[in-house]
Design a protein around this ligand. Structure first.
Ligand SMILES: Cc1cc2nc3c(=O)[nH]c(=O)nc-3n(C[C@H](O)[C@H](O)[C@H](O)COP(=O)(O)O)c2cc1C
Length: 342
């Protein structure tokens, strides 16, 4: 059993966080089948390394929407202020120092302006409401605060049912920790419920409305990936929402190669779900991802505030460098195709 610092983060978070918060972070939808299968999607792959290659100087960086950075970013997650009082600010400071991108949840508990003031590069994650015009003020605030892209989450027409043994987290946290970037009273407005009729035209609307590149998060199928690209998506993000939406959704590791093939280099392809260590990062790149995103791992690290997230980036970088060297990869391009065909 692995005993690295990264591998211990989940257990540490379980011990130190209030039980309802820990449960909220860790749970999946329904029977948590997709949530529990996710890490295995990576560890079950088998790599065939190159040898007799000079790996003195290696470069693990990738390009994401035109910026060079480490091959991971921070996925959007709510409740960061319930994990640590500094919440999104701690996450942003550590992520800015690591030179990577943070995707800010539309349900964040810190204002976009304050997050942006840390100097982090950030993208806004958005859900669209039934009445699209209600999203306009949130989008305008994000553009004004310097968001560099909009990530449209498309796997959440309704929120997947989760079972809970503890009191619900919503009953124990201060409501001020959530949704501070919406207009007051937003949720009670007619048409504020999540859209059940999302379509490719919404990508066009978002891009036109914000002038920003649109990334589509929550794609598992090659045919949907193609539709996203045809509709103008600059990147397709393979995700099953950390197993929190449709339980029994296939693992992202198993869906990634089909999406990469379908997109065929016409847009970037990101992936998340169960990425917990540097070997997982290498494996995702080997399966064709341009970059990975981390959901729960940085939340667990955030228990120790900015220092915890800084250490997360450092440990993951060290593990990724080791994995690159051991696999004979001098670059992310070299890592492609290291996975043995089934
Ligand atoms: C506590 C928690 C809150 C999340 N909140 C959001 C959210 O607000 N918007 C969103 O698109 N995804 C959200 N996600 C999903 C993550 O962005 C990501 O897809 C998922 O966590 C990746 O899997 P991993 O946790 O195994 O890394 C959330 C996930 C967790 C665990």
């Amino acid at each position: 059993m692995s005993q690295t610092w990264l591998a211990q983060l989940e257990q540490q978070a379980r011990q130190r966080l209030p039980a309802p918060v820990a449960e909220y972070l860790m749970q999946g939808a329904r029977d948590s089948i997709s949530a529990s299968e996710a890490p295995g999607g990576w560890s079950q792959q088998r790599l065939v390394p190159h040898v007799l290659r000079d790996v003195t100087n290696i470069d693990v960086s990738v390009s994401m929407l035109g910026r060079s950075q480490v091959p991971w970013g921070i996925a959007p997650t709510t409740l960061q202020r319930a994990v640590h009082p500094d919440g999104e600010l701690a996450m942003a400071r550590a992520t800015a120092a690591a030179g990577t991108v943070m995707v800010v949840s539309s349900n964040a508990g810190t204002s976009f302006a304050d997050i942006a003031a840390t100097g982090v590069r950030w993208w806004l994650q958005a859900y669209l409401p039934s009445d699209r015009t209600l999203a306009a003020p949130l989008l305008a605030r994000a553009v004004e605060a310097g968001a560099e892209a909009i990530v449209l989450t498309v796997d959440t027409p309704v929120v997947g049912t989760k079972y809970s043994s503890d009191p619900l987290v919503w009953d124990v946290i201060d409501p001020k920790m959530l949704r501070v970037n919406f207009d007051p009273g937003y949720e009670d407005a007619p048409g504020a419920e999540k859209a059940l009729d999302l379509g490719p035209h919404d990508l066009d609307w978002l891009a036109g409305h914000t002038g920003l590149p649109v990334v589509v998060k929550g794609v598992l199928r090659p045919d949907d990936a193609r539709r996203c690209v045809q509709a103008g998506a600059k990147a397709v993000w393979v995700s099953n929402h950390g197993g929190r939406q449709l339980d029994r959704a296939a693992s992202t590791a198993s869906c990634l190669p089909g999406v990469v093939d379908a997109v065929g280099g016409t847009a970037e392809v990101y992936v998340d779900g169960g990425v917990r260590c540097g070997l997982d990062v290498l494996t995702a790149l080997a399966l064709g991802a341009d970059a990975v995103f981390l959901g729960r791992l940085p939340l667990y690290a955030l228990v120790d505030g900015e220092a915890g997230v800084t250490r997360l980036h450092d440990e993951l970088r060290a593990e990724t460098v080791e994995a690159f060297r051991l696999s004979g990869s001098r670059s992310a391009a070299d890592a492609r195709g290291l996975v043995r065909a089934p």
